[in-house]
Design a protein around this ligand. Structure first.
Ligand code: SF4
Length: 205
């Protein structure tokens, strides 16, 4: 059975599968259109958003490769292109000078700010649904995303609040930060708890 064949698309799972495919096509279209107007590629758009919101320690070529699910060489090429446009700079990590981190330049931060609304159309459509349907859609899509993550097709990046490893106010007087991450066993300053982290595990799972 194929969800692409309308004759065979007669199960609920098949109809939802093709609906999700159409949503992914719409998102892809929105990214490509924005890329054209901003003279960026869709991958460069995703890289700028990654560098704005990812946990600082994963803002590396490897971290970007993992986020975009591309090879290290492709990730390096995306960073090179953004560096040539003066949107990104490579900086030695203060924690380990052998590690090179990627950071947005002021011009790159300005571009990233202009990308904030790229999925607004999707949000507006969802906002038009009744509240109960929105709640059901949220539960269902989160469950689907978790299954897809378990199968290795996607990686979920989320902030600390709601993560199994987050220990709120574990050591309020620690100069390194009042909270604690049990995954890396290190203090967390408040601002870092709002970044997206690839090691996030939801508390309810
Ligand atoms: S593993 Fe969890 S608590 Fe630790 S930094 Fe990532 S999201 Fe935050």
């Amino acid at each position: 059975m194929s969800v692409f064949d309308p004759k065979q698309r007669n199960t609920l799972g098949g109809q939802i599968g093709i609906a999700l495919y159409r949503v992914s096509q719409a998102i892809d279209f929105l990214l490509r259109e924005r890329a054209k107007t901003m003279r960026l590629s869709p991958a460069q758009i995703q890289a700028l958003l990654f560098l704005k919101y990812a946990r600082p320690s994963v803002r590396t070529i490897g971290g970007l490769a993992e986020r975009l699910r591309v090879t290290y060489a492709t990730s390096s090429g995306i960073a090179d292109a953004l560096e040539r446009k003066r949107l990104l700079r490579r900086v030695a990590s203060p924690a380990d000078r052998r590690v090179t981190t990627l950071g947005l330049t002021p011009k790159g931060a300005g571009k990233a700010a202009l990308l904030e609304d790229v999925l607004d159309e999707i949000e507006a459509v969802v906002n038009d649904l009744p509240a109960a349907e929105q709640a059901a859609l949220l539960r269902a899509t989160q469950a689907v995303a978790r299954r897809l993550q378990s199968a290795g097709y996607v990686r979920i990046y989320e902030m600390c609040w709601g993560c199994q490893f987050f220990r709120k106010d574990a050591h309020p007087d620690d100069p390194g930060g009042p909270h604690h991450c049990a995954f890396v066993d290190a203090p967390l300053p408040e601002p870092n708890t709002y970044f997206e982290c690839p090691d996030f595990v939801p508390t309810e799972s």
